[in-house]
Write a protein of this length. Sequence first.
Length: 270
Amino acid sequence: MTDTAELLQLAIGIAREAGELARRRRNEGVRIAATKSALADIVTVADREVEALIRARLEQERPDDGFFGEESGAEAGTSGITWVVDPIDGTVNYAYGIPSYAVSVAAVEGDPDPTRWRALVGVVFAPVLGELFHAEAGGGAWLESDAERERLTVRAHAPEAGGLIATGFGYDPATHAGDLARLTRVMPLARDIRRMGSASLDLCYVAAGRLDGYFERGLQPWDHAAGALIVEESGGRVGGVPGGRPGNDLTIAAGPELFSALEAAIDERG
Ligand code: IPD
């Protein structure tokens, strides 16, 4: 039997240590290590160093678990648990000195495939903002900051004035026309739109009621693994293409009422 409370404490400790390392490195100056899927898709030296730290800590504490990270790839384990890690979610913000970036760490059970896994714990730590969001399956979602420890609840009803809705655009220019068409379909549901640049924080902000909803195409598993559980544990819904799980094709998160409206508006067949 997996002790999820133990996994959560481990994830919180590691995310805090990793976030502080990212922040320290940022203060020393950013170095771009490489570009990835497109020229705009960058990886910094800190992304790699922070992921190496997380991976080493997990190997030390949980040698039988698998690992699936943005920068260093996947390694199967034997325990049935896999850690899904984005060392710096919001790398472009990080490179530009915008504080909205976070370390995202999740432990999932089953096949390390977001269409099949069961998330056990999720932690998203934004070191500059001093906010740590976390959830344990069945245990609710929480925000810890210097000021408070608060249980998170999504906004249950879609506001009459329209929702405050966040989205994102992938780095591949070929997908931007589709992204903008989707945004046009969502606009009638929105009082305003936000593009903050860190998918894990967008999801946590839905959980915290700071956003009414969020949608994006093109996410990778490590972008949403922790944040999706945090939304679900705060009473929200998270999905993908109609009826599906969150994934690369689409991720939608919102309170129950807005979720259905977003799903219908985004569905191209509608
Ligand atoms: C990115 C951020 C961004 C989203 C991109 C992601 P990264 O993650 O979450 O908000 O729009 O799709 O790739 O690359 O900074 O880890």
